[in-house]
Design a protein around this ligand. Sequence first.
Ligand code: THU
Length: 148
Amino acid sequence: MNDTPSLSDGARDALMTAAREAASAAYAPYSRFHVGAALLMADGSVVTGANVENASYGLSLCAETVAVAKILSGTRLAVEAVAVTGGAPGEAGQGTRVTPCGRCRQVLNEIAQVGGTDPLVWCDGAEGVLELRLSQLLPHAFGPANLL
Ligand code: THU
């Protein structure tokens, strides 16, 4: 498991901008809480996701889960950093800070284990961006190694 080296403020700001843009594509007519996630890959590319809700509320997908599904069904490159934002339509990042929900932490752990990284997670909010490692958000995670 490799700690991503600390990334520049510029890299963080660019990834958060991508997450905010992703939030604008959210399909969230029920909660009207638009979430965007942007994942920085080892080759410098960025994969984004937005939350996708369902009239059967419990079937809704979180933004982070949508982004991870794209990656695990595609390049499967290592993920170095994750930016998450959310809020009222057009106001992502302007309210209470958004941290990944518990299920998304587990989903993110899968891609961290596949790529052998402990990604930085940047959580957006009006009070500023909180930087954590995924391992801080999900200590003692259950992962592929537990199945060996
Ligand atoms: N949501 C996310 O997309 N990611 C999270 O980590 C937390 C919650 C979504 C789910 C639902 O569509 C809306 O935010 C309100 O809970």
